[in-house]
Unconditional design. Structure first.
Length: 372
């Protein structure tokens, strides 16, 4: 009778969710409205801080928990389980160690955690499986930690291990990370980085713009201008020896990518030796972490002007004044492609044909060839 009654309730609730009127449902199933709403309530969605959940789902979850508890009780009450010796229980937990917490394992085998820990630490030096598993896990944890650039904590590392098919508790991950001295970068890292940058911001050029050899000092800067109502930025690197344009790029933002992309091109073309000084302003792209990584990789020493001294980067600024006067302001570019084409032509002219008073009326490329 109960199964028939439950079926009747489910059919009535299903009709309700399909949009059938409550009065019609009550008439068809011969029930009062108050009784029908009692049937509906377990299947109604409720919102809480964890999101939307159906009361019926909670009821099903509780039923499943009760079922699992009964199954565990059946196992514990069986003669087979009661015949397990202390040694058998310890061996069973050993097989699952690291996959679940020690508390869960001990509850499953009806063994106190203190008893198991005594067994574990008393004999761990003799347990090859224990040593091998911890060594394997330590290696995996270290690899994930380093691949994340030292940013992953316990939860993320455990999730990564689970994706590799390794079951492990957060407690064991924490323990192994502590043993290896692995600690993720904290929120204070940005402040520490900025402090380190401030300490490294030294003006190594000191307005000494005359150098004796190429690829010993480069200068760089960015400038912007209006292109059909949009801002366009140009980044350039110059060799202070010959004033030659080593590399240049343009973009719609004065980004770190624009600066690093351009210096990468300059390095690829010129292949400077270690000890190169690159003098720039104090803008974000030049003091960025990405730029400092490039400097470290190629043995470059960064140089920055003192705040409030615009003439410290006068050579780069003079180049942009010339570029705007002789190229940009003389043209009415209809598109970015047209601007790019004209910029390429002008840089080629500047490097190979435009004579400069500073270079004894030689173009940069010719001056470099004749003097080196």
């Amino acid at each position: 009778m109960k199964r028939k009654s439950d079926t009747r309730k489910i059919l009535a609730v299903r009709d309700y969710h399909k949009g059938k009127k409550v009065a019609d449902i009550c008439r068809e199933y011969n029930c009062a409205k108050s009784t029908f709403y009692t049937w509906v309530r377990p299947y109604t969605e409720k919102k809480n801080k964890y999101g939307t959940v159906r009361l019926k789902d909670l009821q099903l979850a509780n039923d499943r928990i009760k079922k699992l508890e009964n199954e565990l009780e059946i196992i514990h009450n069986s003669s087979f389980f009661k015949e397990l010796t202390l040694k058998d229980k310890k061996a069973g937990i050993d097989e699952q160690y690291g996959k679940y917490s020690v508390h869960e394992l001990c509850d499953a085998f009806s063994l106190s955690t203190g008893t198991y820990y005594n067994h574990l630490f008393r004999n761990k030096n003799e347990k090859a499986w224990y040593i091998e598993r911890r060594a394997m896990l330590s290696g995996r944890i270290s690899d994930i930690f380093n691949a994340s650039r030292q940013t992953y904590g316990i939860k993320r590392i455990r999730h990564s291990l689970q994706q590799q098919g390794i079951t492990i508790s957060e407690k064991l991950v924490s323990e192994l990370m502590r043993e290896m001295g692995l600690s993720p970068i904290q929120t204070s890292s940005k402040a520490s980085y900025k402090k380190a940058i401030e300490q490294r911001r030294i003006d190594r050029l000191k307005q000494k713009f005359n150098v004796r050899e190429p690829n010993t000092v480069w200068v760089s800067d960015m400038t912007c201008f209006d292109l059909n109502g949009r801002r366009m930025y140009i980044c350039v690197y110059l060799d202070l020896y010959s004033r030659k344009v080593l590399a240049y790029n343009h973009g719609r933002n004065p980004s770190t990518n624009l600066a690093t992309r351009t210096i990468d091109e300059a390095i690829r073309r010129e292949r400077p030796g270690k000890g190169l000084i690159v003098h720039t302003d104090n803008g974000g792209p030049y003091i960025s972490y990405s730029m400092s990584k490039i400097a470290a990789r190629f043995g470059i020493t960064q140089s920055f002007p003192h705040p409030g001294t615009p003439h410290d980067n006068a050579v780069a600024e003079a180049f942009f004044r010339t570029l705007k006067k002789e190229c940009i302001y003389r043209n009415n570019f209809k598109s970015e492609a047209e601007f790019k084409k004209e910029l390429d032509l002008y840089i080629d002219f500047y490097n190979n044909q435009r004579e400069q008073h500073y270079l004894r009326y030689h173009p940069p490329v010719q001056f470099e060839l004749q003097t080196t």
